[in-house]
Design a protein around this ligand. Sequence first.
Ligand SMILES: Cc1cc2nc3c(=O)[nH]c(=O)nc-3n(C[C@H](O)[C@H](O)[C@H](O)COP(=O)(O)OP(=O)(O)OC[C@H]3O[C@@H](n4cnc5c(N)ncnc54)[C@H](O)[C@@H]3O)c2cc1C
Length: 536
Amino acid sequence: MTPMRYLMPFDARRLPHYFTDLLVIGAGISGLRAALEVPAELEVLVVTKDHLRESNSLYAQGGIAGVLSQEDRFENHIEDTLRAGAGLCDREVVEAVVRDAPDQIAKLIEWGTNFDQEDGQLALTREGGHSHRRIVHALGDATGFEVMRAVIAKAKTVPNITLWDDTFTLDLLTDEGQCLGALVHRPSVGLMLVWAKQTILASGGAGMVYRETTNPPVATGDGMAAAYRAGATLRDMEFMQFHPTVLYVAGSSRYLITEAVRGEGGYLVDCEGKRFMPEVDPRGEKATRDIVSQAIIQTMERTQHPNVYLDLSHLDPQFVLARFPGIARVCKSFGLDITRDRIPVRPGAHYMIGGVKVDGNGRTSLPGLWAAGEVSSSGLHGANRLASNSLLEGLVIGTACARGAVAAISQMPRQMRALPLRYQVSTEPSNGLDLQDLTNSLRSLMVRKMGIVRNRRRLTDARQSVNFWGRLAHGHTFKDRPGWELQNLLTVAWLMVDAANRREESRGVHYRDDFPQRDQRFARHIESPPLPELWS
Ligand SMILES: Cc1cc2nc3c(=O)[nH]c(=O)nc-3n(C[C@H](O)[C@H](O)[C@H](O)COP(=O)(O)OP(=O)(O)OC[C@H]3O[C@@H](n4cnc5c(N)ncnc54)[C@H](O)[C@@H]3O)c2cc1C
């Protein structure tokens, strides 16, 4: 089966058109930060597939990392990031991002973000893997909510930024190896073409490929799949970071219990109340996420219990309630008092480290296309992301993308034109395919076969199922979001399994029990194979 280049057949001569200098796909922190960097004389269109506020950015809890205290140094933050990244970070990118953090945080404050304060200064907390207190946060544990409130409000005041919500990007338009904009769908219009001199992809992650995830439903990897179909290089797709502590109560949504809970002194205990982290790592509960997640899985296997527990009962109750009001509220709704009761937790898919390969300026391998944030792989995180470095990455690389795109636009003719692009494909209508069942099956398979512990046997099983479902789903044409999202999830799952198979070692968040050691031969990135190899 020849993999589809576009998810829908179309004929440009029969569709409505929209022209803009810059198209930004995604309205999370990366997309809006990019849009806000564009000078007033250029038109920017920002599209998002859901409500404006629905993004991973909105749900960020812990905060944003930046060297802001007298006791800290840029070198410390750089070293912590490199250490977590397990040999795969790009040092130049790490240095540039870390050094830009204080200015980016200052910009957010200028735009109205109210970060938490202590004695008139920014309050700084410490999270797993950080050697110093350097995380700014807001509303206690609802940093993303406050930051996005301020950034969205700011974007709405800027006349050259047009915001379209409910606008699903199906694919990137290309001709002669150049990105020319996107094929989008709006309920009020149907399919339409957005032609852009430059395009910035800021469409976020792919946590929804797993049954247990901290991500909201929008995180279906659409941008990664679309960029792949358009010919951009993706890399490091095996590196999905699992968050060690996701609330695990039957019937509850999988709510994240922030890293800062362990940073402020919370203990992880097994079902008998015994701490297990001190035996695993000298940093105890403050070890990096990969180490904590693996220790939790081993503890769950040893005790044959479906979860472990966070215990805050030894901390000052008043402090706990003031510092973690959101977590206290959510747990209370399940009858748990976090100052007394143990909180049941287990790992869940949290952050996609791999993605569209970009340089430190957000430039992809496809001319005309830039990418920032979770959709991309910039080299900041290596094989494991340090907590609170991702909002920061979105801010820094989002800004850089905008500057690069603006410079490119200044070299292009003012006039724009539509091309008579067409794509024809013979597929079946989608009748009869149980999308929900297929989606649930894929998400369960990924937990079982491509979860925290991987090996050749599991990955071979995963590949077989994903190939079968991928061919099945791509033999149909869908008319709305659930079908397109399933097609994208399958593509992303295939790329992840393929890369996990090829990385025959354990590094960062990628753990294989058949290759449990780090192997120097794999001290490199793994790039995704070209499109014709999909489903093979
Ligand atoms: C629960 C939780 C807590 C977190 N806590 C922290 C933290 O404390 N600190 C930290 O640094 N990071 C944290 N992270 C990670 C961080 O929030 C994300 O990595 C970051 O916000 C990603 O930003 P982004 O702009 O790249 O993507 P997002 O914020 O996810 O935005 C993606 C945008 O793209 C749009 N989009 C997606 N697909 C399409 C499509 N097909 N068409 C059109 N639009 C589309 C979405 O609608 C959305 O507007 C957390 C993540 C979660 C889920």
